[in-house]
Design a protein around this ligand. Structure first.
Ligand code: MF3
Ligand code: CO
Length: 256
């Protein structure tokens, strides 16, 4: 696990600030009738105008600025003119911003108008999984404490945890050690060190945990086509506790 220097943390915080602002803006774009392509283009401009760059674009050949995943799409949905949001959809927008060589990574799942009760619960529980995971999490703990708490909360609500994808360290690179699994034993995983920065990102399915990849080589969907939700923040661990670098100032969990 990489310990960041104070100078690196300044740059990561700036990348995270742009990421957070982009998600706040994204929320205003999510409306019936808009295509995920148009959302992506607006977000790309917003990120660049903010002084950052969209790190997903060109990452291992990924063709867009953001990942936008609707309903049964778990992650890595390629924005498309053919994907038009409709009332009752849930849409996950995953944004990675690079700023002077450092990264911030966050995701929110938004509802388009009113959604069925199962989707509303899935969105709520997925966000709660993140906050249950980081509860009392501190330097010296194993990542497994977080992983176990996320799995327990998801499964006790009748949902399942995607196994093949996970969170990660982040900094100079979008993906750094360690892997931050969303399931497992409390005694598993790396020990969290001071000034570690981790992207913590539960991906929770309403139905079964199994996934499949679309023929575009990116989009991940649930095998049973039931909905999936995603909630992610970049988090800094210091001696005095943890700081959620991508959390909206007006979030109900801010300053708790
Ligand atoms: N935000 C994603 C993650 O946490 C990365 C998207 S993959 C990319 O791993 F190719 F789009 F960059
Ligand atoms: Co991530």
């Amino acid at each position: 696990m990489i310990q960041k220097t104070p100078a690196e943390i300044v740059l990561i915080k700036k990348a995270c600030e742009i990421t957070r602002n982009a998600l706040v803006y994204a929320k205003t774009l999510v409306k019936e009738g808009i295509s995920t392509f148009d959302i992506d283009k607006s977000l790309e401009k917003f990120i660049i105008d903010s002084g950052g760059s969209p790190a997903c674009l060109g990452y291992e050949g990924y063709p867009a600025a953001t990942c936008i995943s609707v309903n049964e799409m778990v992650v890595h949905g390629i924005p498309s003119k053919d994907i038009i949001l409709k009332k009752g959809d849930i849409v996950s927008i995953d944004i990675v911003v690079a700023y002077k060589g450092y990264h911030g990574d966050a995701t929110r799942t938004y509802a388009v108008g009113e959604v069925v009760a199962e989707k509303a619960k899935l969105m709520r529980v997925t966000k709660e999984c993140f906050f249950k995971g980081i509860e009392n999490l501190r330097i010296g703990d194993r990542i497994g404490k977080l992983s176990h708490a996320i799995q327990t909360h998801a499964e006790s609500n009748g949902f399942t945890v995607v196994r093949e994808l996970c969170g990660h360290g982040i900094g100079r690179r979008m993906h750094e050690a360690p892997s931050v699994l969303n399931f497992g034993k409390e005694t598993d995983g790396a020990v969290i060190v001071e000034n570690a920065v981790l992207a913590i990102e539960p991906m929770i399915n309403a139905g079964k945990k199994e996934i499949a990849m679309l023929s575009d080589g990116w989009g991940i969907i649930t095998r049973d086509r039931k909905p999936s939700a995603h909630y992610e923040n970049t988090v800094l661990f210091t001696k005095s506790g943890l700081e959620i670098l991508t959390l909206e100032a007006d979030d109900e969990f801010a300053n708790r």
